[in-house]
Design a protein around this ligand. Sequence first.
Ligand code: G
Ligand code: MN
Length: 283
Amino acid sequence: MTHLLSRAVDEHEFIAYYEPQVNLSTCAIVGVEALVRWQDPANGLVSPADFLPLVDRSPLIHRVGEQVMRATCTHYIAWERVGIAPPRLSINIAARRIEQPDFTDRIETISAETGSRPDCLELEITESSLIDPDVPLLDRLAHLRARGIRIAVDDFGTGYSSLAYLKRLPLDFVKIDQSFVRDIEPDPDTTSIVCAIVEMAHGLHKTVVVEGVETAVQCELLQNLGASVAQGYYWPRPLPAAESEVWCARWAARNAPTRASSQSGEGMTNASAGSSNANSVAA
Ligand code: G
Ligand code: MN
């Protein structure tokens, strides 16, 4: 398997699919998360669950991560050039990559070489890799943040951690893990947990993003709990770049008159690009 993965990197078979992030009050698309997939010529599209754990444990993680980030930034810049890019591009970063002493240089190099503005970039780092941050890690994140790059804690609530790290880390977004959303409807205890996470995140001046939203009921519950941004299969499913471009273009066309305010992630309405579902949660 490792030699297949190694060949896959050489052949640029790892590609990004894109999932929109939606403002729950305005229905505006405020960002897009890049999700890695393996386009295997022999087996078709391979889900990350079937290869990412292996890649994560191998030295290939650095090359895969950088290759996907570079391709993603290139897509985003192309969308920006024609005026259809959502305000933010979110990229998942594996724990082992932020441990690299030259991690910040590598990120800044890709940003510079692709022409991506740092203030459009968001790096998602899983909670489990942030639990016990050492000083170099804190410095790296602070450095990137000072450059304008946003930092999100991903899969929040699954790290079984002390919450002390939240005080120490330079973070912008708390992404509530999809496992909570799955249970929110039938289980009042889960609702209480999500409510507590939202309140805590807001108290710490972080924006809450909820992952894995699949139904209108979940959407409404989460909005009532005060979550600001959500993503999941309720909206267009993650799509490859060319198809994402279509919903980016539709979104941009619908929001053309309020494009200036869209940069702040506010003031946009009717951003149901590519989905009739999203209309049902319009404020
Ligand atoms: O760890 P992270 O949150 O980045 O993982 C996102 C993964 O979850 C991706 O592989 C993506 O395809 C998947 N995903 C995204 N939205 C949904 C959803 O609404 N439901 C489910 N079951 N999976 C989702
Ligand atoms: Mn993520």
